[in-house]
Design a protein around this ligand. Structure first.
Ligand SMILES: Nc1ncnc2c1ncn2[C@@H]1O[C@H](COP(=O)(O)OP(=O)(O)OP(=O)(O)O)[C@@H](O)[C@H]1O
Ligand SMILES: O=C(O)C1=C[C@@H](O)[C@@H](O)[C@H](O)C1
Ligand SMILES: [Mg+2]
Length: 178
């Protein structure tokens, strides 16, 4: 059973997922990174092939990552796909969130997100997707204004409470502070 990180843009899906996997010695993938490695930057994909083509690619990359690795960070919009929603029902889904004030700092000056040019864009997207993120999530962790290592401490503690299978299968390095 894979652990999938979901949440709005810049919430911390990639950082939290990567860190958790490193700490657990678990296999990891970031679907945005995999798509970009194979097809070029996502902003260019949006510009040249359009969002619909990106979403079709994304669906396949998400399905493959959920089969292949123990921890996966999804793109922010991946959960809006019906097939992806159905697949996620068979996995452990962790939502990460951050406050608008934290998001504002993170997105300022960044051009890598084609759908987010301002905090208002972010708010509108989050409000549109909020119900879906909440419905799919097994647990939610706030990443605003705190070190990611502390966030990952909380996630690891939750996995222990729920006796998650990844703790038995991954090469666990319990005392690491990565
Ligand atoms: N806890 C944190 N404290 C400060 N900055 C953070 C924290 N978490 C993430 N960031 C910053 O926020 C940005 C987004 O983080 P990350 O890429 O992990 O988010 P994401 O949810 O994967 O976003 P994306 O929509 O790009 O996939 C990064 O620039 C990162 O440096
Ligand atoms: O929220 C979204 O729709 C997106 C988020 C990013 O992770 C990328 O997947 C892409 O920029 C689209
Ligand atoms: Mg990411």
């Amino acid at each position: 059973m894979t652990i999938a990180f979901i949440g709005p843009p810049a919430a911390g899906k990639s950082r939290a997922g990567r860190r958790l996997a490193r700490r657990l010695g678990a296999s990891y993938a970031d679907t945005d990174r995999r798509i970009a490695a194979d097809h070029g930057p996502i902003s260019e994909l949006f510009a040249t092939r359009g969002e619909a083509a990106f979403r079709a690619l994304e669906r396949d990359y998400v399905a493959r990552a959920l089969r292949e690795v123990e921890v996966v960070s999804l793109g922010g919009g991946a959960v809006m796909d019906d097939a992806t929603q159905a697949l996620l029902g068979h996995h452990t889904v962790i939502q990460v969130l951050a406050s608008p004030a934290a998001i504002e700092q993170r997105i300022s000056g960044s051009t890598k997100r084609p759908l987010i040019k301002s905090l208002d864009d972010w708010r509108a997207i989050y409000e549109r997707r909020r119900e879906v993120y909440e419905r799919l999530a097994d647990a939610t962790f706030d990443t605003s204004f705190r070190p990611m290592s502390r966030v990952v401490d909380d996630i690891e503690a939750w996995l222990r409470e729920t006796n998650h299978a990844v703790l038995g299968t991954a090469r666990h390095e319990g005392t690491s502070t990565i």
